[in-house]
Ligand binder design. Structure first.
Ligand SMILES: [Fe+2]
Length: 323
């Protein structure tokens, strides 16, 4: 068996093992439940096998490294090995079951950032494969549950759903979503913290999100971190000087057709205030356009991992069929 074939086999075994746990867990823990009624704690418990599987991933096998070890680090970051070559954060799309879950790897060049963004109604479990990351996250404050996105677009890909996926999808169609609440009237003039370019062409009072700000966390391989429909649902990443790679499992994935598109935000700092009860900063986030200096392009790494051309995980219009 030649070396490249052996690496490919090791990678596929590692990936298949993770995906089997993801699918088995969703089938056994979420099918038949009203997922939109589950609390963050319920979801954490239900998806705990996925977290355990992420803890146990063999990074060397997954990334096709010839080295072995237990440090969770690899000798060389892979951001320059992803094809086609492009600047910025890269995304290697691995597996997806439409509307149910997706698995992929974000690869950060040194000091690269993913700006503040949300994951409406989603749970995301992330394993740092190598490198270090600073993460600033926010918890959503909402009293009511209702969809937050008004624009629905019909996706042609829906016609390609499999029967098995339909069954699972039926419990995931209406996940708990955070609700954008009205921003206090004092924010009517946003120009002091959000440029007109960034602001969505919508009534700003309809796109504010009431949040608690969490302290910045520093993650390094092999840490696993989680976010839920409320807890930590919005975050901003900044990689360390070596860059980083993070494997994400999204349940369910982004999908504009189901009101789960990604929105970028900026913080309304002047509205932030200390909340003694929660011992956190109470703040407001304002939806913005995607920052012009941020890009996240899909790519292929060593042909080991399934790839989608120009796949942007935060814009599901680029999603290809998983069939
Ligand atoms: Fe994210």
């Amino acid at each position: 068996m030649d070396f490249e074939y052996e690496q490919h086999e090791r990678c596929q075994i590692e990936l298949n093992s993770l995906v089997n746990v993801v699918e088995t867990t969703i089938s056994s823990e979420l099918v038949g439940k009203e997922i939109n009624l589950l609390s963050d704690d319920d979801l954490k418990l239900a998806l705990s096998p996925v977290r355990a599987a992420l803890d146990n991933i063999d990074t060397y096998a997954l990334l096709g490294s010839p080295c072995c070890g237990s440090s969770g680090k690899i000798l060389q970051p892979i951001h320059n090995e992803i094809q086609p070559i492009a600047p910025g954060v890269r995304y290697i799309h691995l597996r997806e079951a439409y509307g149910i879950y997706s698995v992929g790897i974000f690869v950060f060049p040194p000091n690269a950032e993913i700006p503040l963004h949300d994951h409406p109604g989603m749970t995301v479990l992330s394993r740092v494969l190598y490198g270090t990351l600073g993460v600033k996250s926010y918890d959503v404050i909402c009293e009511e549950e209702q969809p937050i996105k008004s624009s629905r677009r019909t996706s042609k890909k829906k016609a390609k759903k499999k029967a098995w996926h339909n069954v699972l999808r039926s419990v995931l169609l209406n996940p708990r979503r955070h609700k954008k609440e009205k921003v206090p009237s004092s924010t009517a003039n946003m120009s002091s913290f959000v440029s007109q370019e960034q602001m969505k062409q919508e009534d700003p009072q309809q796109v504010g999100l009431h949040v608690y700000e969490n302290e910045v966390k520093y993650l390094s391989a092999p840490d696993v971190t989680e976010l839920y429909p409320r807890k930590g649902n919005l975050h901003h990443f900044k990689a360390g000087p070596e860059g980083a790679a993070v494997l994400d499992v999204l349940v369910p994935p982004y999908d504009t057709g189901d009101d789960r598109d990604c929105t970028y935000y900026v913080q309304a700092d002047h509205l932030s205030k200390w909340c003694p009860k929660e011992k956190k900063i109470d703040s407001w986030l304002i939806a913005s356009e995607q920052p012009r200096d941020f890009s996240c392009m899909g790519g292929i790494y060593k042909n080991f991992l399934g790839a989608v051309d120009a796949y942007d995980p935060m814009d599901d219009d680029t999603i290809s069929s998983f069939d």
